[in-house]
Design a protein around this ligand. Structure first.
Ligand code: SF4
Length: 326
């Protein structure tokens, strides 16, 4: 199902002359770590270190790899250009082997004339074929270029939908090629036009309005609950691609101006257990916005995103709700 491209990996190791490499994999690919290590050791002679720590995105890049290995192979994600270039890091995107559903023309027959196309990195290779298929029905198909956090045209991250913003004036709606709800939720909040999700594994085209509405109700409840909070823990994430220290300091200053107490905390893994020692009334997560959006019910106190603080302070109305885009 996954395409790990081991030949590309071993060729890169041999070409670079590396004698040791670290492997960083997201949870869904960790079952491939053993076989990939065998291949690398057999074909290159390099020593392999499997990194057992969690990995949620390229934002999680293990920048300390040089303490353990000469090079790092980061699997499952495209680079984040804003994080800079390291010649000793190889990103292997790991596409999912799937094609467009044969009944696609019929599935899009009721869609408006101008379509924007989006995809997760696992399915980014399907965008040219999807563009051709949409245009064959007489519609226009636009693929946007994102900001410095996005590597591929049309690529949606769970925290960034700038590829949609780039073309939103030119389209009536978006089709996002994705599985599950994680990226569709980002697109439904980040794109200011309707979104339908095309799952190439099931062949289904669906909207995500119900998921979006459920999350919006939870965000409203968290914001309302935090309005009366006195003590806030403002969390900065130490991960290379999630660190927003300046934004966190700005939030502390605004909370204090409003007569609240704000405490700045740096942590790598934001979990309910990690927050237990801090006796506060609310949290603000300036790291991955999905900690608050997707997992807020796991926390004892309201967990806010960066953009939600203004609602708590009465500086932004509910109809001006904005997705926290990194
Ligand atoms: S910050 Fe969160 S949503 Fe964004 S890339 Fe990292 S893990 Fe994904």
């Amino acid at each position: 199902m996954f395409d790990l491209d081991p030949d590309r990996i071993t060729a890169w190791i041999r070409d670079g002359g590396y004698t040791s490499v670290a492997l960083q994999l997201p949870e869904g690919l960790k079952t491939s770590a053993k076989a990939l290590s065998d291949t690398i050791m057999r074909d290159t002679g390099a020593e392999v270190l499997i990194l057992g720590r969690p990995c949620y995105g390229a934002c999680d890049l293990f920048t300390g790899y040089k303490d353990h290995a000469e090079a790092l192979i980061h699997l499952g994600h495209a680079p984040i250009p804003d994080m800079g270039y390291d010649p000793d890091v190889l990103y292997v995107e790991v596409g999912v082997r799937a094609g467009l559903p044969p009944g696609l023309p019929g599935m899009i027959a009721d869609l408006p004339p101008r379509i924007g196309l989006l995809a997760t990195v696992q399915h980014i290779g399907l965008l040219p074929a999807l563009k051709e298929a949409v245009e064959a029905t007489g519609r226009t198909a636009s693929i946007g270029i994102g900001d410095g956090r996005v590597y591929h045209p049309g690529q949606v991250l769970g925290c960034n939908c700038s590829v949609a913003t780039a073309v939103e004036e030119a389209v009536d709606m978006f089709i996002l090629v994705a599985e599950g709800d994680f990226h569709p939720l980002a697109a439904s909040f980040g794109a200011r036009k309707p979104v339908r999700v095309l799952n190439p594994l099931t062949g289904e085209l669906r909207d995500v309005d119900d998921v979006r509405d459920r999350i919006l109700r939870k965000r409203f409840a968290a914001i309302e609950s935090a309005r009366s909070a006195r003590d806030f823990l403002v969390i900065v994430c130490g991960k290379a691609g999630q660190n927003r220290m300046e934004a966190a300091k700005g939030i502390c200053a605004r909370l204090r101006e409003d007569g609240r107490n704000a405490y700045l905390a740096l942590m790598d893994e934001i979990t309910p257990d990690a927050l237990l020692p801090y006796a506060v009334d609310a949290y603000v997560c300036t790291g991955c916005p999905r900690v608050a959006m997707d997992d807020s019910s796991r926390y004892r106190h309201p967990m806010l995103t960066v953009t939600e603080v203004d609602h708590v302070l009465g500086l932004r109305e509910w109809d001006g709700y904005e997705f926290d885009c990194i």
